[in-house]
Design a protein around this ligand. Structure first.
Ligand code: HSE
Length: 326
């Protein structure tokens, strides 16, 4: 059979905010800086040169030195999943040369793993002329996320792949229809502050209880259902009231130095809601204007500074596109 040689491709997958405050493991938003910059990992694929018969990986970018370039790297883990799927479809895949530009900090709550996984899958799919559909890519991404975090939640990989604010509907094996797109407010700005702290999703999940009281569950699903209703009915008052985490944040807040002060500062400066981004330590706040976002950004970074924690912050909007050729 003739060797397949694709054209070189680069794919980008955006940073994401898991949970989006109101929906633990079932809501997630893809974001991009309001200034138009890309904020996410990029994966480049080229055909292997010469007679090499195995794939190789080079890691670059500001956080590249923190990830191994061996077979435990998420790029190669995702590649192995993609190859298996190709085999099941009767398609052959060839060794390729990968470059990962690791632009998102690790253990940050910004969907860093999801970004690497999804950028790899999107790049591979482009390289081979799109043999897999987005539903199949979502399945593979969910499987990779499960292997990384010990739980196959889709609230980072679904928005990273598909863009927008996604509600994860019930289901076993991930299907495209499960990643429901919710409407969003165009005027919302999302201030994301990443402190110089590291917190793994695994550790952040370990502090959560295995069961909860019925009364707390009722309050939680009442809030989540009302938030989803508010987004569909464009009820910005109800959305602002329900943009909150009534349960999970309470267990995790003590893992992040300065969380309470940063949240209080954001709300005082005009944010309509503020919570952990994914499993933390990043914190996000939503505002209703650019001017409020600028005030909130300064208030949050100052509050971290007072607690002796350095941070960097971005003012973002929703990224409606998700993973794409870069
Ligand atoms: N939903 C996951 C969690 C997101 O909160 O543990 C991890 O980023």
């Amino acid at each position: 059979m003739k060797k397949f040689v694709g054209r070189p491709v680069r794919a980008y997958a955006p940073a994401t905010i898991g949970n989006f405050a109101a929906g633990f493991d079932v809501l997630g938003a893809a974001i991009r800086p309001v200034n138009g910059d890309l904020w996410g990992d990029i994966v480049e694929i080229r055909p292997v040169e010469g007679i090499k018969c195995h794939s190789s990986l080079t890691v670059e970018g500001p956080f590249g030195h923190l990830v191994p370039a061996d077979r435990t790297n998420l790029v190669l883990v995702s590649h192995a999943l993609f190859q298996r799927k190709m085999r099941l479809k009767g398609r052959k895949s060839e060794p390729v040369t990968f470059t990962l530009y690791k632009n998102l900090p690790l253990c940050s709550g910004l969907g860093s793993s999801a970004s690497s996984v999804v950028a790899t899958l999107r790049a591979l799919n482009l390289y081979y002329g799109c043999p897999l559909n987005d539903g199949e890519l979502l399945q593979l991404a969910g499987r990779a996320e499960g292997a990384i975090c010990g739980a196959a939640h889709l609230d980072n990989v679904a928005p990273a792949l598909l863009g927008g604010l996604r509600l994860i509907a019930p289901g076993g094996i991930p299907q495209l229809e499960q990643a429901v797109s919710l409407p969003f407010f165009d005027h919302w700005r999302i201030v994301v502050v990443h402190p110089n702290l590291s917190l793994s999703t695994r550790k952040s999940r370990q502090v959560l209880p295995s069961s909860i009281r019925l009364v707390d569950a009722v309050e939680y699903w009442q809030n989540l259902a009302s938030f989803v209703h508010a987004m569909h009915s464009a009820d910005k008052n109800l959305a602002a009231i329900t943009l909150r985490d009534l349960m999970i944040e309470g267990y995790r807040r003590r893992l992040i130095r300065g969380f309470s002060q940063v949240k209080a500062a954001a709300l005082k400066a005009g944010a309509i809601g503020c919570s952990l981004s994914g499993s933390g330590p990043s914190i996000f706040a939503v505002t209703e204007s650019d001017a409020a976002a600028r005030r909130v950004k300064i208030a949050m970074t100052d509050a971290f500074k007072i607690r002796g924690v350095g941070s960097d912050a971005h003012i973002c909007v929703l990224d409606p596109d998700g993973a794409r050729e870069a």
